[in-house]
Design a protein around this ligand. Structure first.
Ligand code: TYD
Length: 136
């Protein structure tokens, strides 16, 4: 399988005494068209989200508020990326196992996705993910 790795993208930040502003344009700041946006919030302390891979979905993960860690595994080790600024986005290509933990109180994690929701795109079993990596 192509060995694409996650990439931390610094998004535009328009600094203003009235408050800062950040934006994302599809195929400009991120390498895909946005089909879906979802976010996680009210995450109780100690909880984990994610814990699966996507066959096709590419995504950008943004800590809109607060902070959390994204753990990305490409089948041969895990990389932990701490997100704590809303002008950083973590691009996660398809075919990587990822989960999120260490959510701060009142944090909001936004995911921009290249696909519509499709349960068939999920790989929820880690051994199945390792087989998928070997075969792609
Ligand atoms: P899931 O992606 O498994 O959450 P996480 O990986 O963060 O634990 O989604 C949880 C539930 O929400 C699952 O039953 C599917 C549903 N869901 C949708 O219906 N649409 C969506 O866009 C997403 C992301 C999830």
């Amino acid at each position: 399988m192509k060995n694409l790795l996650p990439e931390l993208i610094t998004l535009p930040k328009i600094e203003d005494p009235r408050g800062n502003l950040t934006f994302i344009e599809e195929e400009n700041h991120i390498p895909f068209k946005i089909k879906r946006v979802y976010w996680v919030y009210d995450v109780p302390g100690g909880q984990t989200r994610g814990g699966h891979a996507f066959k096709e979905q590419q995504e950008l993960i943004v800590a809109l508020s607060g902070s959390f860690d994204v753990l990305v595994n490409h089948g041969n080790g895990t990389q932990r990326i701490h997100l704590n600024r809303s002008y950083f986005g973590l691009y996660v290509p398809n075919g990587l196992w990822r989960h999120m933990d260490n959510f701060s109180t009142n944090s909001v994690g936004m995911m921009l996705s290249s696909t519509f929701y499709d349960e068939m795109d999920y790989i929820r079993d880690f051994d199945e993910f390792l087989k998928f990596r070997q075969n792609h």
